[in-house]
Ligand binder design. Structure first.
Ligand SMILES: [Zn+2]
Length: 396
């Protein structure tokens, strides 16, 4: 772990942007923060979304090395956006840590960042754009206005490094293990053969650098994506253009559904990576440990009840996964989907329940594909399992 990462991690609470407390937040609040940042950063509107929301670039620094980053290409993936807000707050302040970081960065790098790229999707809390297009499959055809803006923006800058910031499904596992992937990396390839071009190598070195920072904090909970080339994806396309493409994905973090812990890691990881780029120290990294990371797999579910009662005589394993539903009032509602029923021995539950002494009550049933907010199973005639107990474990 670098000294700088350790410091940022320790002092994180001093620069966290506390007005942002949830992944889903209003455009009004975001604009209010942007207005504040614009006194310390150059803020430029580079285009508008399908529904006319501004797509804004925040830039800072006067260095020769160009670094770009964007978040919320997928509207409901905001963990990195919150981390970027923390970074903007730090760079706007004058404490000791802020001074140290600003001194390291300001004359070495130029940061250009588009947070909340897919602002229409962010407003609806959905992955796709207002027209239902997944931007990350639109890099080639560029049917969406947002994809055209992102592509032209990057080509105008031709950055040495490009940080592609996402949230991945919470239920990816580190290989086929019971460990939930908290953070995943990918030094995205730019061709079918997975060639380690100079720009991809730079990205790989950054991935390994980032891995070294968080390994002591979340050992065993870090994975990488596979190297498959997807020409329609932005990462792959930008990598093919020679921009050192680093994919950083925030996965799941147990009951911390708002991912406060991952936001903190994102903020510290990005700050450390920017400093390592500024002083060139990233180039001392190899890519071996990054390459040896297990890939993201799907071996985990939220709740697994082993030998759950399906009728008075039949039992089988039942898998429940959390479902997020965006509400019109701006909140996120949680319910539980029966994902699978049967012999579920290949899957690990983040929570595992032994159901063999549990029984259905007269008015309850377990139905595949159904969404539940409550399910009570009886043990010796009294509630022995309450699904809502687990909803209450969700930390907000
Ligand atoms: Zn995404």
């Amino acid at each position: 772990m670098s000294l700088l990462f350790a410091k940022a991690f320790e002092q994180y609470d001093t620069f966290r942007e506390n007005r942002l407390t949830k992944r889903r937040f209003s455009a009004e609040l975001w604009q209010e923060l942007m207005a504040e940042w614009s006194t310390n950063f150059a803020v430029r509107t580079i285009g508008k979304t399908q529904e006319g929301r501004p797509i804004q670039e925040i830039s800072w620094g006067e260095g020769r090395i160009e670094i770009i980053a964007w978040s919320q290409m997928h509207g409901d993936e905001a963990t990195a956006t919150l981390a970027l807000a923390d970074i903007f707050r730090l760079l706007s302040s004058s404490g000791e840590l802020a001074q140290e970081i600003k001194q390291k960065l300001h004359q070495k790098i130029t940061l250009r960042i588009i947070p909340r790229l897919n602002a229409d999707g962010a407003e609806r809390w959905q992955r796709e754009t207002a027209l239902g297009i997944d931007m990350n499959r639109d890099a080639t055809k560029q049917n969406s206005i947002e994809a055209r803006i992102l592509s032209a923006w990057a080509d105008e800058i031709k950055p040495a490094f490009a940080f592609n910031l996402h949230d991945q499904n919470r239920l990816y596992s580190v290989g086929n293990s019971p460990e939930q992937t908290h953070i995943a990396f990918l030094a995205t390839t730019g061709d079918e053969d997975g060639t380690w071009t100079p720009s991809r190598l730079r990205a790989g070195q950054i991935c390994q650098r980032m891995l070294h920072q968080i390994q002591p904090i979340i050992p065993g909970k870090i994975a990488k994506w596979t190297d498959e080339y997807e020409s329609r994806a932005f990462g792959d396309t930008f990598s093919s253009r020679g921009y050192g493409l680093v994919l950083l994905e925030s996965g799941g973090a147990g009951w911390d559904l708002e991912k406060h812990s991952l936001r903190k890691l994102n903020a510290c990881l990005l700050l450390d990576a920017f400093c390592a780029i500024a002083d060139g120290s990233y180039s001392e990294e190899s890519i071996e440990e990054y390459e040896a990371l297990p890939t993201n797999e799907r071996a985990i579910v939220d709740i697994k009840i082993k030998d759950a009662p399906l009728s008075s005589t039949v039992r089988a394993d039942v898998l429940f996964n959390l479902v997020e539903t965006p509400m019109t009032d701006g909140r996120i509602h949680y319910s539980w989907l029966v994902e699978n029923i049967g012999d579920m021995s290949p899957f690990y539950g983040l929570t595992e329940i032994d159901g063999k002494n549990l029984h259905l009550s007269p008015d309850s049933s377990i139905t595949l594909g159904e969404n539940y907010t409550e399910l009570i199973l009886l043990k010796d005639g009294k509630p022995g399992f309450k699904l809502s107990d687990y909803t209450h474990k969700i930390q907000s």
